[in-house]
Write a protein that binds this ligand. Structure first.
Ligand code: ATP
Ligand code: MG
Length: 213
C-alpha cells in the first residue's frame, strides 16, 4: 500500500503481512509514516493505493459503519496515550469494547476484571482512572485492547514515555497475548528492547529507499 496526504507521499510502497500469533515491529524515524501505516491498518485512514486484509476481510471495501464495527469487534488498538475516560471506573474502561458490542454489563465487567488481573491491576477496578500512574493507565489501555479477544492487535508506540519496567511489561503482555490468543500483532516502536522481542521488523526507512530507487 501507499498513502499520500495533500499530494505528498507520507508512506512509500509498504507490504506488511502478519500471521496469527506473530508480532511485527514497525520502526523508522519520526515522520517516516509509522502512525500513518497503523491508522490504515485500523481502517480509520484509507490507503491511497493498495488494500488491507485482516482475518479474511478486506477493510478497504467496507462502509464506514462496517469498518467501525469491524474495529470494535475484531481489532485491539493501543495508542501512545492511554485515553481512559475519567467518568468511568477502571473496570468500566477496560470493559468498554464489549459493553459497546452489547454484551451484558455484568459479564463485560467480569471479563474486564480477568484482563485487569493479568495486567496486575485486579485491585484497582472500582477506582477512578485519575488515581492511576501513567504506567498503570497504559496497562489498563492494554487490558481494554485485549478484552474482546481481538484477531489483530495494533499498538502505536505503546511504551513511549514509560519507565523501563512498565515499558517491558507492556511489550511482554502484547507478545504473550499474541502467543496465547493467536492475535496478529503490530507494534510501532522506537525502543530497541521492545523491537528485539518482536518476530519480524518492517523498517519504513528502508521501505522508503526501495520506492525511491
Ligand atoms: N493529516 C496530515 N496532513 C499532512 N501531513 C500529514 C498528515 N498526517 C501525517 N502527515 C505527514 O506524514 C508523515 C508521516 O507521519 P506519521 O505520523 O505517520 O509519522 P511517524 O513515523 O508516526 O512519526 P513519529 O515517530 O513522530 O510518530 C509526516 O511527515 C507527517 O507530517
Ligand atoms: Mg507516530
Amino acid at each position: 500500500m501507499t498513502a499520500e496526504v495533500g499530494g505528498t507521499q507520507v508512506l512509500g510502497a509498504t507490504d506488511l503481512s502478519v500471521a496469527p500469533g506473530q508480532v511485527v515491529a514497525v520502526i523508522g524515524p519520526s515522520g517516516s509514516g509509522k502512525s500513518t501505516l497503523l491508522r490504515i491498518l485500523t481502517g480509520v485512514q484509507a490507503p491511497t493505493t493498495g488494500n488491507v486484509m485482516i482475518d479474511g476481510v478486506e477493510l478497504t471495501r467496507l462502509s464506514v459503519g462496517a469498518r467501525a464495527a469491524f474495529r470494535r469487534d475484531r481489532l485491539g488498538v493501543v495508542f501512545q496515550d492511554p485515553e481512559l475516560l475519567d467518568e468511568l471506573s477502571v473496570a468500566e474502561n477496560a470493559a468498554l469494547p464489549i459493553i459497546l458490542a452489547g454484551r451484558p454489563r455484568g459479564e463485560a465487567l467480569s471479563s474486564a476484571r480477568v484482563q485487569l488481573s493479568r495486567v496486575g491491576l485486579a485491585s484497582r477496578g472500582d477506582g477512578s482512572p485519575k488515581t492511576l500512574s501513567r504506567g498503570e493507565a497504559m496497562r489498563v489501555a492494554v487490558a481494554r485492547a485485549l478484552v474482546a479477544g481481538p484477531r489483530a492487535v495494533i499498538a502505536d508506540e505503546p511504551t513511549a514515555s514509560l519507565d523501563r519496567t512498565n515499558a517491558l511489561a507492556i511489550a511482554r503482555m502484547l507478545v504473550d497475548n499474541a502467543r496465547a490468543m493467536g492475535a496478529a500483532t503490530v507494534v510501532a516502536s522506537h525502543d530497541p528492547e521492545v523491537v528485539a522481542m518482536c518476530d519480524d521488523i518492517v523498517d519504513l526507512r528502508s521501505e522508503a529507499q526501495v520506492t525511491r530507487s
